[in-house]
Design a protein around this ligand. Structure first.
Ligand code: FES
Length: 187
């Protein structure tokens, strides 16, 4: 192997990228309880699993997660039957896509229509008031990053917030800072 990237290995002799085996998560093993995975699965189905829909599907994933987790990328790569090199070059070509979450822990506030109507902005305001962080920002010690998503596919739970991978349903603004502190410690 000539060199290594976060998700891929490059074989110089073959001139090809290979996805690392530990990131190759079978579709059946993806977390079924995460509404964001259902959202991506629905998008894949809507696009008839066409490889040409890669960018749209990556957009759906990026909007739902705030970045592209390796398991999700692996899932999409396999579902579209694409070579990892194509997915990797697409993800790295567009600035919109990110392979890393901002912060060791993430707080993703859904600002899709249902969540917005039910108070997503009040949640963001409370996070800013209580923790001094706006959407897109990360604490100086990189412990927590706050991001927004357009819809995480759990509209019935609005307003929804995802702390790390845990969906917080029907969160009241005054609860959110408390939940963040309880989960990751007082900042
Ligand atoms: S709008 Fe928030 S989960 Fe759909």
């Amino acid at each position: 192997m000539d060199f290594e990237l976060p998700l891929f290995l490059f074989n110089k002799n073959a001139g090809e990228f290979y996805m690392k085996s530990d990131t190759a998560v079978p579709v059946k093993d993806m977390p079924k309880t995460d509404p964001r995975m259902k959202l991506i699965a629905a998008k894949l189905k809507k696009e008839s699993f066409k490889p040409d829909a890669l960018i749209e599907i990556l957009h759906t994933a990026q909007n739902a997660y705030g970045y592209l987790p390796k398991e999700v990328l692996s899932y999409i790569t396999k579902a579209l039957h694409l070579p990892p090199s194509r997915v990797y070059s697409t993800v790295t070509f567009y600035h919109f896509f990110s392979l890393k979450s901002k912060g060791e822990h993430t707080c993703l506030v859904c600002t899709g229509t249902a969540c917005y109507v039910k108070g997503a902005q009040a949640i963001l305001n409370e996070i800013e008031r209580g923790l001094g962080l706006k959407a897109g920002q990360v604490t100086a010690d990189n412990k927590l990053g706050v991001q927004v998503a357009r819809c995480i596919g759990a509209c019935g739970l609005a307003p929804a917030v995802v702390l790390d991978d845990e969906v917080q349903a029907k969160v009241a603004p005054e609860e959110i800072v408390q939940k963040i502190n309880a989960k990751i410690g007082t900042l």
